[in-house]
Design a protein around this ligand. Sequence first.
Ligand code: ADP
Ligand code: NI
Length: 214
Amino acid sequence: MDKVTIDDAVGSVRDTFKGDHSGHDYFHTLRVYEMATRIAGQEGADLTIVQLAALLHDVDDIKSSPETHADKGRASAFLRKHDVSEAMIKTICDIIDEVSFKGTDTVAPKTIEGMCVQDADRLDAIGAIGIARAFAYGGSHGRTIHDPEIGPTEDMDGDEYKDHVSTTVNHFYEKLFHLKDLMNTAEAKKIAERRERYMKDFISEFLDEWAGIR
Ligand code: ADP
Ligand code: NI
C-alpha cells in the first residue's frame, strides 16, 4: 500500500461526489482526510488505515449509495482492486460503519484509527463550515430554517434520528451541540472548543434577531 492507492482514492471520491450539494461533497471528504491525518499524527495512529478510511468514509452513505453497509459496497470494491489485504479491508470497513452519528445508538470506535476518523468527520460538522453545511443540507432537503412552534427532539435512537424531519435550527440542538463532548481525542477536543463557541454565538445572534432584540 502506497501513495498510488491514496492518490487513486482521492480521484475516486472526486468522481463519486461530483455534483453533490447535500453536504457530502468532495471537499468535505478532503477536509476529513486532512484533519484525520493531523489528529493521527498527534495520536500515533496508523496513517494508511486512517487516510483510507477517511477518504472512503462517505462513499457508501445510504443517501448516495444503495448499499447500507460499507463492507458490501464501493469502499471494499475499491480496496480489493488495490490488493489491500482482507484483514485491512475489514478494519477499514469497521471504522466506516462506526463513524456516523446515530442519536443515542452512536458508537465509540474500537480503534484509535477509528477515533481519528470519527473526530475529523464530526469536526467538519461544527464551526463556520458546519453551520454552512447544515443550512446547505436543509436547503437541499427542503427543510425550514427555523420555526418557533417546532422544538428540538432530544435522545432519539438510530431509527428515530434517521427518520426525523425537523428545522435546521433544531439540528443544532439535536446533533451539533452534542459533538464537542463526544470527541475521542485530545486534539479534536481542543479544536471543537473554539468551533462550538462560534456556533453557539451564531445561534444566539440568530435567535436574538428573530426575537427582534438585534
Ligand atoms: P457526516 O457523517 O458526513 O457528518 P451526515 O449525513 O450526518 O454526514 O451529515 C452531513 C452534513 O449535513 C453535516 O454537516 C450535518 O450536520 C448536516 N445534516 C445532517 N442532517 C441534517 C439535518 N437534519 N439538518 C441540517 N443539517 C443536517
Ligand atoms: Ni462525512
